[in-house]
Design a protein around this ligand. Structure first.
Ligand SMILES: NC(=O)C1=CN([C@@H]2O[C@H](COP(=O)(O)OP(=O)(O)OC[C@H]3O[C@@H](n4cnc5c(N)ncnc54)[C@H](OP(=O)(O)O)[C@@H]3O)[C@@H](O)[C@H]2O)C=CC1
Ligand SMILES: O=C(O)[C@@H]1CCC=N1
Length: 277
């Protein structure tokens, strides 16, 4: 029996990331939808999720005080106000799981004002289809049993890596933001498809299968990406001609700079939250 069977989870924040997790959790039936609550600032997003996924939206006080697990899913800039708005309703029996970019467990514990068990995580929106790449790290007061609970939640919606908390900035720039880099590539491929005269739906299907196929090859064949790339690249052929242009345009440098900048932004957001506390 799942250790979550009799637990209630409350999402504080009902935006893109909360929805991705709720969608994945409800789909995997990790726990009944009636044991998942959502609270948002205006309330309307939480209502939308309730309508769509069958979760419930009790009033904030009831949702927070009853929940065994509170998933903090507001933007980092809103966390101070959000926690101030709930802390009198919380207690040390509860587990707090944060999905916030840049924000440390110590910062959240300090805001809560008691020795709260906090686990910091970085999932991604592919949680919605059970394919998140999540990394997590325990805060000072989180026990092994708390980690087990968090692992169960995130394993239901993808793969999970346990890391040191400092590594979460790197994870955020790599796999937290990562889906957006892939979508951006697809946008560019679709633009190219239009310019070379391929019909939209046909191009979408071909691009999608190309990405799924390449991802499966990487996962299932155990070969290096460079080796797989070489298998596609016939000397003097079409791929070599295309890759030469990517090299001329600094493709690899652009990706490197992109990920490093996202990591730097996560670190900066962490410092900003410390300076306002
Ligand atoms: N989007 C992503 O791909 C990922 C996001 N994250 C992290 O997830 C968190 C949420 O991001 P995302 O879902 O994109 O953000 P959204 O802007 O989509 O959602 C934020 C939600 O927080 C709610 N909110 C704001 N203030 C409060 C408050 N005081 N009390 C209750 N609810 C509040 C908002 O309410 P209302 O609807 O009324 O405005 C909204 O529902 C961020 O910290 C981000 O770093 C992590 C991994 C990936
Ligand atoms: O863009 C952001 O800040 C969030 C964190 C990771 C993905 N989205």
């Amino acid at each position: 029996m799942s250790i979550l069977q009799n637990k209630t989870i409350c999402f504080l924040g009902a935006g893109s990331m909360a929805e991705a997790m709720i969608s994945g959790l409800v789909d995997k039936k990790l726990l009944p939808a009636e044991q998942i609550y959502a609270v948002s600032r205006s309330g309307s997003r939480a209502q939308e999720l309730a309508k769509h996924y069958g979760i419930v939206t009790p009033a904030k006080e009831e949702a927070i005080s009853k929940a065994d697990i509170i998933i903090l899913a507001v933007k980092p800039k809103d966390i101070e106000e959000a926690i101030i708005g709930i802390r009198s309703m919380t207690s040390s029996r509860q587990l707090f799981i944060s999905v916030l970019a840049g924000t440390s467990t110590d910062y959240i514990t300090n805001l809560l004002g008691h020795s709260a068990a906090v686990i910091r995580t970085m999932p991604n929106t592919s949680a919605a289809v059970g394919l998140s790449a999540t990394a997590l790290a325990p805060g000072a007061y989180a026990t092994d049993a708390d980690m087990e609970v968090a692992l169960q939640i995130f394993k239901a919606i993808g793969i999970v890596e346990t890391v040191k908390e400092e590594a979460l900035h790197a994870v955020t720039g790599l796999s937290g933001s990562g889906p957006a880099y892939v979508y951006y590539l697809v946008e560019a491929m679709e633009q190219a498809a239009r310019e070379i005269g391929l019909e939209g739906d046909t191009a979408r299907r071909l691009i999608l299968q190309t990405i799924i196929g390449a991802a499966h090859m990487l996962r299932d064949r155990g070969e290096e990406p460079s080796a797989l790339r070489k298998q596609v690249t016939s000397p003097g052929g079409t791929t070599a001609a295309g890759i030469a242009v990517l090299e001329e345009h600094g493709f690899q440098d652009a990706i490197l700079a992109c990920i490093k900048q996202a990591v730097a932004r996560s670190e900066e957001m962490g410092k900003q939250s410390l300076s306002t506390s």
